[in-house]
Design a protein around this ligand. Structure first.
Ligand SMILES: CC(C)(COP(=O)(O)OP(=O)(O)OC[C@H]1O[C@@H](n2cnc3c(N)ncnc32)[C@H](O)[C@@H]1OP(=O)(O)O)[C@@H](O)C(=O)NCCC(=O)NCCS
Length: 144
């Protein structure tokens, strides 16, 4: 049986291990323990983990700027995919966002990650082809 609960900073090592083992994850210095700890503090009750035999087998990081929600780093262990874990995690976070009045949520998917795009489309998410992501980097470090 899979259990679900809010992500805590104590989950960090398990979660980062899962993310590192997952394809299409863009992990950066911003994903350090200190940064994730601050992120969870700023966005309480919005990020979730899925547990099987007390092991983290699914995770997603979710926050809000107070106006929109943002999902990042959704991952499910490769050996447990196709069992509804990803769908449940996304459902839990959009419900948690709705409870605090955030009705619209965005996420970024790599252009070549068609599997994730198809997964989200199945969950009624729609692509925003009218938008181009742009970034300003206040550093010479491309990995910040
Ligand atoms: C994308 C991912 C999170 C899906 O997790 P999952 O637990 O396998 O997905 P679920 O079992 O909850 O699937 C939910 C629905 O999406 C469908 N689905 C899942 N993966 C799919 C795919 N690659 N193509 C089409 N549909 C898919 C399922 O069939 C299911 O449909 P149903 O509700 O009609 O049965 C998982 O494949 C993963 O971790 N991928 C690698 C990381 C990644 O790309 N993350 C997204 C970054 S933006």
């Amino acid at each position: 049986m899979i259990n679900y609960r809010v992500m805590e900073i104590q989950d960090y090592e398990d979660v980062i291990t899962l993310w590192r083992a997952t394809e299409h994850m863009s992990l950066r210095d911003a994903d350090s323990r200190a940064n994730i700890s601050a992120y969870l503090d700023r966005n309480p009750g919005l990020s979730f983990v899925a547990l099987f035999n007390e092991q983290v087998v699914g995770a997603l990081l979710v926050g809000t700027d107070g106006r929109r929600g943002y999902i990042q780093h959704l991952a499910v262990s490769a050996d447990l995919r196709g069992k509804g874990i990803g769908k449940r995690l996304v459902g839990m976070c959009v419900d948690a966002l709705a409870e605090i009045g955030i009705m619209k949520t965005h996420l970024f998917v790599l252009n070549d990650n068609h599997a994730a795009q198809n997964f989200y489309a199945k969950l009624d998410w729609y692509p925003r082809n009218e938008v181009t992501m742009m970034t300003f980097n206040h550093s010479d470090n491309l990995n910040v």
